[in-house]
Design a protein around this ligand. Structure first.
Ligand code: PXP
Length: 238
């Protein structure tokens, strides 16, 4: 059974829409742990559009599950990671204009840069996972670097329908086999929802699934009625 990593970035996205103090991703992480999260995942983006440095530092102190920090391969955020020491860093590509992470890391094209970042993180006692498309060439480059884990990008699978989805699932399954054969741990994430998660969770030796948007979206829906009821009760006190 894979572990569930809950990505809390979009709790911070709602907070940053007003640049206020609520909703607090630190509080959301505590609730996610109560709900059974095995891992709390957050992405400290260079533009700090959602998670702030303060969130990372507080989460390091409060999360009792595994803490997985997603980062671009850039020196300023790598230094913060080495200081705060999450259990795991997942290296991702990052473009300022993107809505969310688009595509996997090009480890085959930037081996030296990613090898240096991996060494820096490993020396600080942090496990490294690379977020990669299910492509043989990229997985072979990751294996050559000796990273602990690969998180397979499930975005294409999530976008596909019918026969195409089956093809994307077959690519993920083959990639999983290659990752296992190279002695790396298999993770997956991006675009996973309550509707599409099971076939990915069933891939042999799947160890960690990172899911954000769908869980935060559902949290808004299942929490709305209570939230309104509480406000209504307050207003009725007048
Ligand atoms: N894994 C990685 C590496 C990501 O960058 C993201 C998005 O931040 C996720 C998983 C979660 O994706 P989603 O929000 O679509 O569930």
């Amino acid at each position: 059974m894979p572990e569930l990593g809950v990505n809390i970035d979009h709790v911070a996205t709602v907070r940053e829409a007003r640049r206020t103090v609520e909703p607090d991703p630190v509080w959301a992480a505590a609730l996610a742990e109560l709900g059974g999260a095995d891992c709390i995942t957050l992405h400290l983006r260079e533009d700090r559009r959602h998670i702030q440095d303060r969130d990372l530092r507080l989460l390091r102190q409060t999360v009792t599950a595994k803490l997985n920090l997603e980062l671009a391969c850039e020196s300023d955020v790598l230094s913060i990671a080495c200081e705060v020491k999450p259990h795991q860093v997942t290296l991702v590509p990052e473009k300022r204009e993107e809505v969310t992470t688009e595509g996997g890391l090009d480890v085959a094209g930037q081996t030296d840069r990613i090898a240096a970042a991996t060494r820096q993180l490993n020396d600080a006692g942090i496990d490294v996972s690379l977020f990669l498309d299910p492509e043989e060439r990229q997985l072979a480059a990751a294996a050559a670097l000796g990273v602990a884990a690969v998180e397979l990008h499930t975005g294409q699978y999530a976008l596909a329908n019918g026969g195409e989805r089956e093809l994307e699932l077959a690519k993920l399954t083959a990639a999983g086999e290659q990752i296992r054969a190279a002695g790396m741990t298999l993770h997956a994430g991006h675009g996973l929802t309550y509707h599409n998660v099971l076939p990915v969770a069933r891939i042999a030796d799947m160890r960690e699934l990172n899911i954000g948007h769908s869980i935060v979206a559902r949290a808004v829906m299942v929490g709305m009625q209570n939230a309104v009821r509480e406000m209504k009760r307050l207003v009725e006190l007048v």
